[in-house]
Design a protein around this ligand. Structure first.
Ligand SMILES: Nc1nc2c(ncn2[C@@H]2O[C@H](COP(=O)(O)OP(=O)(O)OP(=O)(O)O)[C@@H](O)[C@H]2O)c(=O)[nH]1
Ligand SMILES: [Mg+2]
Ligand SMILES: [Zn+2]
Length: 293
């Protein structure tokens, strides 16, 4: 038996990186029966079927430290959430959904705003202000002018990081700037509808010269918050934490309750209105989703 990590999965094959090299593995049938899908990032035990052709079988999956369903990846400790300021137009509701899912997994979060070179109406600054006020680190980037590529590199040191965001925002382009050896495929954004073309098809973990690992992933265009209850949602909007003086204490969901410190902070501009509106929208979606079942 060998220990290793799945760095890529394509069409039922899992590529396991071990001290003895890279193996192409099938998963044991029992996983399918138990409804377990191996994920990129999984630490596994594998048996060798043929050493010559480097073929094997994934026998066992270690307990995951963290797990994301979209993009599908296990055991990362940090998420670089990548959105473009333009082409495609940033969907902040989608950004907030991803933040919620990443907070739920206790990932460290950094927001990367790409295509700064296309920002002719100062939209980048507006978005940056919102998320910095919420407490997040925001890095404006341009893969064209190479703005802040070094700052992104600093974020990758000694960490296992996932790049996540919609199609066409420049995740693979940014990784190619970080390491010229990656040579990841990048794709045009459609002229007419200004959307990405889903160029990256599979999540892939790549080794960094500085010691860490980074995962390029396929872009996504929607996210649902299936496993989160309406009472837990507030815990994943970290800016609410600073305001705990609600009359109903920790039971307050900051919606219709009187003397709510969070609502007051929104009025005062201490919590961004956009984020609070996003919170209410997600709260309602969760309730409607629950009613369906
Ligand atoms: N102007 C400008 N264009 C960029 C920048 N970064 C990427 N692009 C372009 O945006 C397009 C999409 O880039 P990709 O790197 O393929 O985007 P992606 O996020 O990996 O997309 P998926 O793999 O589909 O999820 C390409 O045509 C890039 O040349 C940038 O900073 N500025
Ligand atoms: Mg890509
Ligand atoms: Zn409240």
């Amino acid at each position: 038996m060998l220990n290793g990590q799945i760095i890529k999965g394509i069409g039922g094959f899992y590529y396991v990186d071990t001290d003895n090299g890279l193996y192409e593995c099938r998963a044991r049938g029992i996983f399918r029966k138990q409804n377990i899908t191996p994920l990129v990032g999984d630490r596994v035990s594998m048996s060798v079927v043929d050493e010559e052709t480097k073929k094997g079988v994934v026998e066992d999956i270690d307990k995951r430290d963290t797990e994301l369903i979209r993009p599908p990846i296990a055991n990362v400790d940090k998420a670089l959430i990548v959105f473009a300021v333009k082409n495609p137009k940033p969907n902040l509701s989608l950004l907030d959904r991803f933040i919620v899912l990443a907070e739920k997994e206790h990932l460290e979060i950094v927001i990367i705003l790409t295509k700064a070179d296309l920002d002719d109406r100062n939209e980048l600054e507006e978005i940056q202000k919102i998320y910095e006020l919420s407490g997040y680190k925001v890095i404006p980037v341009s893969n064209k002018t190479k703005l802040n590529i070094d700052k992104v590199k600093d974020e990758l040191k000694n960490s296992v990081v996932v790049f996540a965001g919609p199609s066409g925002v420049g995740k693979s382009s940014l990784l190619n700037e970080i390491d010229k050896n990656f040579k990841l495929q990048t794709g045009e954004v459609s002229e007419k509808i200004k959307r990405g073309k889903h160029t990256t098809r599979h999540a892939e973990l790549l080794k960094l010269e500085c010691g860490g690992m980074v995962a390029d992933t396929p872009g996504f265009s929607s996210l649902t918050l299936d496993d989160i209850s309406e009472y837990d949602l507030k815990d994943f909007f970290i800016e609410f934490d600073d305001f705990d003086g609600c009359r109903f204490g920790s039971r307050c969901i900051h919606e219709k309750e009187p003397s709510c410190a969070v609502k007051e902070a929104v009025e005062n501009g201490e919590i961004p209105k956009k984020r609070y509106e996003s919170y209410l929208q997600l709260l309602n979606e969760i309730r409607q989703g629950k009613r369906r079942y």
